[in-house]
Design a binder for this molecule. Structure first.
Ligand SMILES: Cc1cc2nc3c(=O)[nH]c(=O)nc-3n(C[C@H](O)[C@H](O)[C@H](O)COP(=O)(O)OP(=O)(O)OC[C@H]3O[C@@H](n4cnc5c(N)ncnc54)[C@H](O)[C@@H]3O)c2cc1C
Length: 427
């Protein structure tokens, strides 16, 4: 933390008012964006409300918020130099994914070996991903971090004035100008509101209860997802025989689930998981989130772009939220890199529209495919059909190419991925 204080002190004693880019929100996606832009040589100012803890202690309790990172995300974090910060802390590769339905014995099993991969992804606590990125931010002399001032107003250039900058007014009365403001301030983005960008929303009327538990049987380095009439239940294998849980319930059961004491909670988890990993022998801190699909009506305006949850939130069942957010970051960095190579101004609307075109369609596909699966498993009428599909897909040799294709999609995303998401493309 000492070195972090040094960075902040440097900022406070050196208050500049003009930056190439200003990133608001230093969560996983904002930190990756700020780091990538700085690695292109830009002078970047990052606003965040709370710095993550960088000092690591092996005894740190497992956190409530965990993400399953795809290969694309791993590549982005490697290419930004942040993956070693994850390896130095705690992470768990998973080699298999098992999906089944209550009332049926048969599982649809996906194994990394089938596609000649060492694993299907990694489960990592969110604060560890963020800390690994912030460790790298500290190494960049051209990034300043502001934890104290707040943004009051944002003025974006109107019309086709490509030369004009965005202007941010801070609560201290200071004025900052920049060619590109990036809103990475999460689902309730203030920047999205300041930029007057509307939002499409769908309340799933569902919640996810999350936390970590220790089970009698090993998770076998796998993810386990069981569909029940209330919604799916998932175990994500973590280090040291611990699993992170994601327990999806109708929204009106959220308070009930949170009010259960440890013993009663453990019994409910055993039932929801069909005792797949045996008894639950320890329950840690837990939390619950109402699930809402959000999609910004536009990702961009002149000198302004939204990334990550500020642009879209999805049903977390497929564990894709931060993965598509990191792809946003990588795609935006790609477009800025092209503009710089061509000697053009960054943050022009045509440049930013290319970023939006690259990402919006993909994000819609991920959002909607999750809803399709949710509806498919929620419909009682389709029970026999689902059992047949799971049996056939799991057992038939003919279905192997379909399974391999699905695994490759989940692991790597679509073929046309940003350069930072490809292996060995360090900035
Ligand atoms: C239950 C659940 C399970 C999930 N599981 C997975 C999973 O397995 N895999 C996966 O890929 N995704 C998962 N997700 C989604 C994932 O957590 C999010 O997509 C991800 O955290 C978004 O990151 P972000 O950086 O865009 O936003 P956030 O994590 O919300 O970060 C925003 C940052 O901005 C800061 N901020 C906010 N306002 C301001 C302001 N005005 N000024 C300065 N800073 C500000 C905040 O402090 C925060 O640090 C899950 C989500 C839920 C709810």
């Amino acid at each position: 933390m000492d070195s972090m204080k040094t960075t902040l002190n440097q900022f406070n004693s050196n208050q500049e008012n003009s930056y190439d880019s200003v990133v608001v929100g230093g969560g996983m996606v904002g930190a990756a964006t700020a780091l990538g832009l700085a690695k292109l040589g830009l002078k970047v100012l990052l606003f965040e409300q709370k710095a993550p803890e960088l000092v690591w202690d092996d005894a740190t309790p497992f956190a409530v918020r965990v993400s399953a990172l795809t290969r694309s995300s791993e590549n982005i974090l490697k290419n930004l130099g942040a993956w070693s910060g994850i390896e130095n802390r705690r992470f768990q590769p998973f080699v298999a994914m098992n999906v089944w339905e209550s009332g049926s014995e048969n599982k649809l099993a996906f194994h990394a070996q089938e596609i000649m991969e060492p694993n299907l992804g990694h489960t990592v606590e969110n604060f560890i991903v963020q800390a690994a990125l912030w460790e790298q931010l500290e190494q960049q002399p051209n990034i300043k971090i502001n934890l104290t001032e707040k943004i009051d107003t944002l003025t974006l250039p109107a019309g086709k004035d490509f030369q004009a900058d965005a202007v941010l007014m801070l609560d201290s009365g200071r004025k900052i100008t920049t060619q590109l403001v990036v809103g990475a301030d999460g689902a309730f983005s203030k920047l999205r509101q300041l930029a007057s960008i509307g939002l499409e929303q769908l309340d799933y009327e569902q919640c996810a209860v999350v936390g970590c538990v220790k089970t009698e049987k090993s998770h076998q380095n796998a993810c386990w997802q069981r569909y029940t009439p209330d919604g799916p239940f998932a175990y994500l294998g973590m280090a040291e025989e611990v699993s992170s849980i994601a327990w999806y319930l109708p929204l009106d059961k959220m308070q009930w689930a949170l009010s259960l004491d440890d013993k009663a909670f453990a019994r409910e988890i055993e039932q929801a998981s069909g005792f797949e990993l045996g008894r639950v022998i320890h329950v840690a801190e837990r939390s619950a989130f109402p699930l809402v699909r959000r999609h910004a009506r536009s990702y961009v305006k002149p000198c302004f772009a939204l990334v990550g949850d500020a642009a879209h939130t999805i049903n977390p069942q497929a564990g894709q939220g931060v993965n598509i957010g990191l792809l946003d970051a990588a795609a935006l960095i790609d477009q800025v890199s092209v503009a710089l190579r061509q000697g053009r101004q960054i943050g022009t609307l045509p440049m930013l529209r290319k970023y939006e075109r690259q990402r919006r369609g993909d994000n819609v596909i991920v959002q909607r495919s999750m809803e399709f699966f949710d509806k498919l498993f929620a419909a009682e009428l389709l029970e026999n059909f689902r059992h047949t599909v799971i049996d056939l897909t799991g057992q038939s040799k003919l279905s192997a190419p379909l399974k391999h294709w699905l695994m490759a999609q989940v692991l790597n995303g679509r073929e046309e991925i940003p350069s930072l998401a490809k292996s060995s493309k360090p900035l």
